[in-house]
Ligand binder design. Structure first.
Ligand SMILES: [Zn+2]
Length: 241
């Protein structure tokens, strides 16, 4: 598969017979051929994970499908595109946390989706397709903050590890996991726990707010993960795996 880093938590994944676009909000979306359906995933409604511009792709007639949690505001777009003759509602699958759904695409490809409960809003996606497993965390992370109460951080730990347990010893081909420099000394906790629980082939750190040096810092502390953690350095970077 080919993975293109777009921006922040936005990635484009090209598989054998299908493409995935995750959490696009800005940057350049790679071109894709119409023969491969494109599935656009939104983890939650926050501005750094969702941009209604994604629906413009539906106008291009390239077999675009959308997977969207129910609290994402897209109703206005439905009306807007309906008026333009684009039956957007037909292309949208609405998902909820803690459920599984199968997405059957017109070319015969099936995407099995499990939606984990984010510790922020919305969902994390665990996808099985073409014999591969792809995980995009959205904002499911160990959001521990020094300035928060003990109780808040304690609940955060409990909620995060409850979801991580669902990935225990799971072989994941490509995982997209937050690594957020704003958390200061607590920034590594979420990814460290993920590395201990799951068995990822490749991990793409995200939500770095363009401070990609945090990836190098993480690897300085954890050289044992050098073969797994992908060193993202700039937008538009492509990775073959
Ligand atoms: Zn975010």
């Amino acid at each position: 598969m080919k993975v293109t880093y777009i921006y922040h938590s936005g990635f484009f994944v090209e598989m054998e017979n299908v493409c995935f676009l995750f959490d696009y909000y800005k940057g350049t979306i790679p071109d894709h051929v119409p023969e491969k359906p494109l599935v656009v995933f939104v983890s939650h409604r926050h501005g750094d994970h969702y941009n209604p511009k994604i629906f413009e792709l539906a106008q291009e007639g390239k077999g675009v499908h959308y997977v969207i949690p129910k609290d994402v505001p897209y109703k206005r777009e439905l009306d807007m595109y309906e008026k333009k003759g684009v039956p957007l509602a037909e292309y949208i699958t609405v998902v909820r946390r803690n459920e599984t759904q199968s997405l059957a695409l017109p070319n015969g490809v099936t995407v099995d989706m499990e939606m984990l409960a984010s510790t922020d809003e919305g969902v994390a996606y665990l996808l099985k397709c073409e014999g591969k497993t792809v995980y995009h965390a959205g904002d499911l992370n160990l959001w521990v903050w020094r300035e928060e109460s003990k109780q808040y951080n304690h609940n955060m730990q409990a909620n995060y590890f409850r979801e991580l347990n669902k990935l225990k010893d799971m072989k994941i081909d490509a995982a997209f996991v937050p690594l957020d420099p704003r958390q200061g000394e607590d920034a590594f906790g979420g990814l460290e726990a993920f590395m201990e629980y799951a068995r990822p082939e490749k991990v793409y750190p995200m939500h770095c707010w363009k401070k990609y040096s945090i990836i190098r810092q993480f690897l300085d502390k954890h050289p044992e993960y050098a073969g797994q953690i992908v060193k993202i350095e700039r937008e538009g970077q492509e990775f073959l795996q």
